[in-house]
Design a protein around this ligand. Structure first.
Ligand code: SF4
Length: 197
């Protein structure tokens, strides 16, 4: 069976560029063989930008093209930029769902690469503090993973990108309120989304 490079959910098309991730979140859907009926483990390796673009076709058929796979899309920064440019050139819209670790992953500030290339960036905040973050997200950066994501979000906002944080409601009202304080502190909106089961 062919690997799944793109998958449709609702009116949007999601891109599965990599299975690599700097986190191992307790709630991650990567624990499942399939997600929404799609097999997202890339058995034959990561796709090229060209392979993904040929599956997208006309991006205007979709509400938006979302970088969000069974992994952290910024591991594929070059492909992400190339695809985003091609989608925009055809009048489509792009969004990145990220854990905010891209600059640490790439070993340099990636915000200048992303500026002007994305219509939205959803940074998963997940928890209101470094210790809680590492307990839930089990990052390769340990507790520093939290400050890395905050720094990325701050820089993205300063670069004029449309960035927001997200948390899942299952963390409880108290923690959601604490996350809102963190988000307010850096002037970035927070979206609370239901847990994906
Ligand atoms: S950051 Fe996203 S892809 Fe990575 S483990 Fe967490 S939920 Fe899964």
């Amino acid at each position: 069976m062919k690997d799944t490079y793109t998958y449709k959910i609702g009116e949007s098309l999601y891109l599965n560029l990599t299975n690599r991730c700097s986190n191992r979140c307790t709630f991650c859907v990567r624990g499942k063989e399939t997600y929404e009926g799609y097999a997202l483990w890339l058995r034959g390796g990561e796709p090229t930008a060209e392979e993904v673009l040929s599956e997208i076709g006309d991006p205007k058929r979709f509400r938006e093209i979302v970088f969000c796979g069974y992994g952290e899309p910024t591991y594929r920064l070059d492909a992400l930029c190339k695809i985003s440019d091609a989608v925009h050139a055809q009048g489509g819209k792009t969004r990145l769902n990220t854990n905010g670790h891209g600059s640490a992953i790439c070993g340099r500030d990636i915000v200048p690469d992303l500026a002007g290339r994305l219509d939205g960036i959803n940074v998963s905040l997940n928890m209101p503090d470094a210790q809680g973050y590492n307990e839930v997200c089990r990052s390769i950066y340990k507790e520093e993973g939290f400050s890395i994501l905050l720094d990325f979000a701050r820089r993205a906002k300063a670069a004029g990108l449309n960035v927001w944080f997200s948390v899942v409601d299952c963390i409880g009202e108290e923690k959601v309120a604490a996350c809102r304080k963190v988000a307010d502190g850096v002037g970035i909106p927070l979206r609370v989304r239901p847990m994906i089961s």
